[in-house]
Write a protein of this length. Structure first.
Lengths: 406, 141
């Protein structure tokens, strides 16, 4: 199907373009990759997104502060806690206020439960991409137990609707906690087995080590986030660097590895699951008493930012209020938006067969990342990247002048 | 036509199509294949190519860019083909009703046979929907 631009000069193969997507058996989401290859080697990659764009930011600006949490929850099904968490923190930053200790614990429990099932989902899909379907089935079977825990705690398997500005929407019943702890404990032996099966498997070593290496410097240059950067030795985690929720209450380790290849990204996620189980169990065992909702009445005019560590990296929300009951501006930046461009560094020079697992290694979430470009009727783009950089620089200058700088 | 439909009901092979969803319905559809639910015991199989499909599972709120691709794919499915709309988005666009990028609901674009509501529908609901589809089509033969 590829468009062959063969320029036969002395028998050297020309460049061939291989389109992947937008509907491809390996992808659940529509997205369109263009791989440029020379023989077996990938020399360039480009991606076209926009098949998932639903205009969330605009929709959010049409809803009240309370209702926004439901919209941002539906940015992405797997990050359905991270986005409301970052959003509620942004709204609380406008007021500013602190939520009660009990609601902090409940938020942490829900966020860590999400991290656990998200990492298991990634592990399964990674196995599927490699043709190792045993791991896929095992990991997804374990994931069901965690989804059961989430269903007991929140009432739904995926969209939890637990967050609201000022606290949480519903309480955790004391009688549910032992059942949840039992279920979480029940996955640990299989998880240990799965860890051994992945980390000590010579086949996976041969397949993944040294593949798609993201160096420390590249990770800094591309501003990679979350497990993608921690696998390259960048020790950054919002939970440690600017603690929120209940994360400073207990002991847990940040997992950092050095090599930056696909294998290390898998190791970081697998070991992180054990830390997550530690945090989850501490929170469930030491849930403090108190109010769960601060009952916010009015949001004053102002700006707020909220950032949290999602399973894929830092999720960032910006909310601007003008004193009415709806946000004037709501800006979302999901972790995949920053991790996306690292493809340019990791895929080049690798073979086609490794390209899919390298693309999957950052745990991409395209529905979080969606952006659109606005074109006029003649098909010209109204703003390109350079224009936007220029506009934001001009605005920064204006703000500097207003604040009395040079 | 009815003989072809009858043959199709024994083991409907499904193709999964996301038209701009939040991924939840897609993950729950994949969940149906994993050990706890195991929809393959009913003869259903997720296929990689649209040319092998008997049933189209459509999720998502029909975004402008993906609708063009969806129409192309719908022309390529061997007929007769059954269409299942998974989730509230595919059914009525749900929370994205007022969005500038989701102007038309799915059933105005292609004919839909079964709607499975829910945000996201549980795997049990998806399996129940599949069974209802087989019953509904079987009773018309």
């Amino acid at each position: 199907m590829g468009q062959n631009n063969r320029q036969d000069k002395g028998g050297i193969m020309g460049k061939t373009i291989i389109p992947i997507g937008p509907y491809h058996p390996l992808q659940e989401e529509p997205e369109f990759f263009t791989l440029t290859v020379e023989g077996e080697t990938v020399v360039d990659i480009d991606v076209r997104i926009g098949y998932n764009h639903r205009g969330i930011e605009k929709l959010s600006e049409m809803k009240t502060f309370e209702n926004c949490t439901f919209v941002v929850e539906r940015i992405c099904g797997i990050c359905s806690t991270s986005h409301p968490y970052a959003y509620t923190r942004a709204v609380e930053d406008i007021i500013p206020m602190e939520v009660s200790m009990r609601s902090k614990y409940i938020r942490t429990i829900i966020a860590e439960g999400e991290r656990l099932h998200s990492h298991l989902l990634w592990l399964g899909l990674a196995g599927h991409f490699l043709g190792y379907n045993t791991v896929y089935m095992w990991a997804w079977k374990l994931r069901e137990e965690i989804l059961d825990v989430m269903e007991i705690l929140s009432g739904n398997r995926n969209n939890y609707a637990m967050f609201k500005p000022g606290g949480v929407r519903r309480d955790i019943n004391a009688e549910d906690i032992p059942i949840c702890l039992k279920k979480i404990d029940s996955i640990v032996p299989t998880l240990v087995m799965l860890k051994k099966a992945v980390i000590d498997d010579p086949v996976l070593h041969a397949r993944l080590k040294g593949v798609g290496v993201l160096s420390y410097q590249d990770s800094i240059n591309f501003s990679a986030l979350g497990p993608t950067s921690r696998a390259s030795g960048v020790a950054r985690d919002v939970r440690k660097d600017s603690p929120y929720g209940a994360y400073q209450e207990m002991e847990w380790d940040m997992i950092v590895t050095k090599n930056g290849d696909v294998f290390d990204k898998a190791v970081v996620r697998i070991l992180e699951m054990f830390e997550t189980i530690k945090i989850l169990k501490y929170c469930l065992n030491n849930l403090p008493d108190g109010e769960i909702d601060a009952k916010i009445k009015d949001i004053p005019p102002g700006e707020g930012i909220g950032h949290i560590e999602a399973p894929r990296g830092e999720t960032f929300h910006y909310v601007k209020s003008d004193g009415t009951n709806r946000p004037l501006r709501h800006k979302v930046r999901a972790p995949t938006f920053m991790n996306f461009p690292t493809y340019k560094a990791t895929v080049k020079g690798q073979t086609i067969s490794d390209a899919t697992i390298i693309l999957a290694a950052i745990d991409p979430c395209y529905c979080c990342t969606e952006r659109i470009a606005v074109k006029d009727v003649k098909g010209r783009m109204l703003y390109d990247g350079q224009d936007l950089i220029r506009l934001s620089r001009e605005k920064t200058e204006k703000i500097k002048q207003r604040m009395g700088g040079k | 036509m009815s003989l072809k439909l009858k043959a199709l009901l024994k083991s409907p092979w499904v193709f999964h199509l996301s038209t701009g969803s939040c991924n939840n319905c897609d993950i729950e559809t994949l969940d149906c294949l994993t050990p706890r639910f195991d929809i393959e015991r009913f003869g259903m199989l997720l296929v990689g190519s649209i040319k092998h499909a008997d049933v189209l599972l459509v999720s998502g709120s029909c975004n402008r860019m993906s609708v063009e691709r969806m129409k192309e794919l719908f022309e390529q499915v061997p007929k007769p083909c059954l269409v299942v709309a998974i989730g509230t988005c595919a059914g009525s666009r749900g929370i994205f009703k007022d969005s500038y990028n989701c102007p038309v609901p799915l059933d105005k674009i292609i004919p839909v046979d079964v709607y499975i509501p829910g945000c996201p529908p549980k795997p049990e609901a998806i399996i129940a929907g599949a069974v209802k589809l087989i019953e509904k089509v079987g009773s018309t033969l």
